[in-house]
Ligand binder design. Sequence first.
Ligand SMILES: [Zn+2]
Length: 56
Amino acid sequence: MAKNFLKVTCKDCGSEATIYSRATSVISCGVCGATLSIPSGGKANLIGCTVVEALE
Ligand SMILES: [Zn+2]
């Protein structure tokens, strides 16, 4: 089964967030407002965060 959600940490403040791996909109950090992910061809392009683990 494909992993649809990713647990990530913000590179700027280190807070954790769970994002959809195919998010179609820009996702920002809820704590510091840094851009975590931008959409890219149907798959989220992680630019401001590090993946901790893939969730079901
Ligand atoms: Zn942050």
